[in-house]
Design a binder for this molecule. Structure first.
Ligand code: NCD
Ligand code: ZN
Ligand code: ZN
Length: 432
């Protein structure tokens, strides 16, 4: 099988390439890349005017499988990923049961392999059952192919236990992905602690809830020499701490989610639980600092924290509804609209933060359009303007604050190992 992508703007951070080129895919690999390729191929795509980027890699996805298949499954989550331009996704372990041993890792990997749509890699938990009492089977899960561990959904509140885990991951050379939230400081908070919370009579989540754990985890990473990746950073101080840690040579990287750089707590519609997520939407000051951090490459990664919940669960009071919003099918458009078109990021930086950097952090053979590399590619139209429509999502989740929002930039085609996993022409076939 050969596939020829013609006349696209090839943006490949791994080789610092940004120019109009053709790409020839043979079977599952990039066979050739040149200014002009005239070989006859089984299929030819004209990508004139489009970005051709390494397929996006989402380091932070909740697939809810096993155990909460009413919210999402490996199948529906993979389809949503493909529609969002993602060729690799990492699944968080806060499932039922928790992913704390190789059997559950294998279950997810096998399910994804049988579907054969995008690459799905299962992250292992840090502690057994995410109970924070004893370590999970970290080595066993790494041997089964987990590229990282994470306690996402909460922090490992026992610092000694986290240090023990980091001693192991340092040896295994895999990163710990930290959800930073001091459980005791949350104190019943549901939205950012500010005037909006007061007006709505809601308890607030202060920046310190996140910041104290970021500081702690950086220090433990420094002690152990382990690689630390900070999930969903939302505070202005997170940027300062990541910068300081990097200057000191600590192995730290950090991610920001599209909702945290697109919205502030002022955008919240009262009682609309699609604005409830963890960490919460912060102030303008925080958002500006996150965008500066992304622009100056202090913050390395854009990840979605795709957190599907059912309409029933979200159809509750702000206090009772679960935290989290979906993100796979809106991330690329929001990144392009809010950061590239507003001159915070170049298209090259967009490709770095959505593909190349996650691949580096996770040690994956992905995130590059070099000849010989796996043909995981996204074709993105930077001119197409449209309104986000949650009813078109391939995810089971409809919990988004972005329904109806106008954006510019659309995923046209997602190619995984040389096969078309998504094409915008498929949009009418709602697959569920
Ligand atoms: N982010 C969220 O608001 N929710 C996530 C958990 C998490 O990422 O911490 C979820 O699993 O629903
Ligand atoms: Zn989290
Ligand atoms: Zn999460």
């Amino acid at each position: 099988m050969t596939l020829l992508i013609k006349n696209g703007r090839v943006i490949d951070p791994a080789t610092r390439t940004d120019k109009q080129m053709d790409i020839l895919v043979e079977d599952d690999r990039i066979a050739k890349r040149a200014e002009k390729i005239d070989t006859k191929a089984d299929k030819t795509i004209n990508a004139k005017g489009c970005y051709v980027m390494p397929g996006f890699i989402d380091m932070h996805v909740h697939l809810r499988d096993p155990g909460q298949e009413e919210k999402e499954t490996v199948v529906t989550g993979s389809r949503a990923a493909a529609r969002g331009g993602f060729t690799t996704i990492l699944a968080m372990p806060n499932t039922k049961p928790v992913v704390d041993n190789a059997d559950v890792v294998n279950y997810v990997h096998n399910k994804a392999k049988n579907l054969g749509l995008v690459h799905v890699l299962q992250i292992g938990a840090v502690t057994r059952g995410q109970k924070g009492e004893e370590l999970a089977a970290i080595e066993e899960m790494a041997a089964a192919g987990s590229p990282a561990i994470s306690e996402d959904g909460k922090s490992v509140m026992n610092a000694k236990l986290l240090r023990d885990a980091m001693k192991i991951t340092q040896k295994l050379d895999i990163p710990v992905l930290s959800h930073c939230e001091d459980k005791n400081l949350v104190d019943g908070g549901v939205v950012n602690a500010d005037a909006n919370a007061k007006r709505e009579g809601l308890r607030g989540i202060t920046n310190s809830v996140e910041d104290v754990i970021i500081a702690r985890d950086i220090m433990i990473a420094k002690d152990t020499g382990a690689a630390l990746h900070l999930c969903h950073c939302s505070t202005k101080s997170s940027v300062m701490m990541v910068q300081m840690a990097k200057e000191q040579g600590v192995r730290v990287t950090a991610e920001v989610c599209p909702h945290h750089f697109t919205l502030t707590s002022d955008d919240m519609i009262p009682k609309d639980t699609n604005y409830k997520m963890n960490p919460p939407l912060r102030t303008k000051e925080d958002v500006e600092e996150l965008k500066r951090g992304l622009k100056e490459d202090i913050m390395d990664v854009i990840a979605t924290d795709h957190a599907p919940h059912t309409a029933d669960e979200k159809n509750n009071s702000m206090e009772k509804a679960p935290f989290g919003i979906v993100g796979l099918e809106t991330a690329a458009a929001l990144t392009h609209t809010e950061l590239v078109l507003k001159d915070y990021l170049t298209p090259m930086q967009m490709a770095e933060k959505m593909s190349c950097n996650p691949a580096k952090i996770l040690g994956l053979d992905a995130g590059s359009l070099e000849e010989g590399k796996p043909a995981d590619i996204v074709i993105f139209d930077p001119k197409k303007t449209y309104k986000i429509d949650k009813n078109k999502f391939w995810s089971k989740g409809r919990n988004t604050p972005f329904d109806g929002r106008e954006v510019t930039g659309a995923v046209l085609t997602t190619i995984v190992e040389g096969k078309i996993a998504y094409d915008i022409k498929m949009d009418h076939e709602i697959t569920k």
